[in-house]
Design a binder for this molecule. Structure first.
Ligand code: SF4
Length: 290
């Protein structure tokens, strides 16, 4: 029996607008010969899922990137994580906290909420849009013998994050891994091609998955956003009208030390020690490290 080969109907780059996916988007735009040789032509589009609460420097970087690329950059959204979180709601309006806050229960037991924001605000909107662009129709099976490709900006030093797609209509590929580029290689390439240009790490302003180094970067690059995170961290525990607190058993914190963010970072500024937390290389790479 002859098995009919599946046709690729759409090639999408999942763009987190952080280090790796930004560099990958630029390499693809230049038709880098290493990528072309391995079957990576220019994608149909780069797709960025906007949670609505990234630092301004990430949005500025995204605008700049859009000007550089020879293919479209599509922005999608499942809603504003800030607005929803402050009401204790998920993207789909359920009363639930989907951000991975650190907690301490009354008995002193430490915990951490399950990270579901990645799925709600990143994975779902990107997949929904790409499925449609690739020829899929809502509520109907994907056209037979066709599939889409999703290219992910995971680098060689992060191979543990490579996971096949759970959806049969889309196949994942990892161009940076295929051409052997590490995160360090990406930074070096960017610095040599765009000397003096800031290449930010991406993540929501209040993302608890930040190392101290990343918190300090936010504080130095965008003090107003850092203050917003500090204010939010306090609000989590002290506001009497706090819907988040009402949904949790324990006291919530943004920092892994389960102490007020402002205190921990002030101490770090003095000692310059790192907490060593680096759950997904400090970057929400389109799929928040999944
Ligand atoms: S950056 Fe952090 S808070 Fe934002 S969606 Fe990703 S994991 Fe959630």
């Amino acid at each position: 029996m002859v098995v009919k080969a599946s046709t690729v109907t759409y090639r999408a780059l999942s763009l987190g607008a952080g280090v790796q996916s930004s560099v990958l988007s630029l390499l693809l735009s230049r038709s880098d010969p290493r990528l072309v040789e391995l079957g990576y032509p220019m994608p149909n589009a780069a797709v960025f899922a906007d949670t609505g609460w990234e630092p301004e420097y990430v949005y500025r970087h995204l605008d700049w990137l859009e000007e550089q690329l020879q293919y479209p950059l599509i922005r999608v959204s499942a809603g504003n994580i800030k607005t929803n979180l402050k009401k204790g709601l998920t993207a789909s309006g359920h009363k639930f906290v989907d951000v991975p806050l650190f907690t301490v229960n009354k008995d002193g037991k430490k915990g951490m909420l399950r990270r579901q924001c990645t799925n709600h605000y990143k994975i779902r909107p990107i997949y929904r849009r790409v499925r449609k662009l690739a020829g899929g129709q809502r509520g109907r099976p994907f056209p037979k013998d066709t599939h889409a490709e999703m290219w992910l900006g995971i680098s060689l030093d992060e191979v543990g994050r490579m996971k096949p797609s759970r959806e049969p209509w889309v196949k994942h590929r990892w161009p940076l891994v295929d051409i052997g580029m590490t995160r360090r290689d990406c930074v070096a390439w960017f610095d040599s091609e765009y000397p003096g240009r800031y290449l930010p790490r991406s993540a929501c302003v209040i993302c608890p998955y930040r190392s101290d180094e990343h918190w300090l970067e936010l504080k130095q690059s965008e003090p107003a956003s850092y203050e917003e995170a500090v204010h939010f961290d306090r609000w989590l525990r002290h506001s009497t009208k706090n819907p988040v607190r009402k949904l949790l058993n324990g006291r919530p914190y943004l920092h892994a030390a389960r102490r007020p963010l402002a205190s921990v970072i002030a101490e770090r500024e003095e000692t310059q020690e790192s907490n060593g937390v680096n759950p997904f290389n400090e970057e929400c790479e389109g799929l928040c490290g999944v």
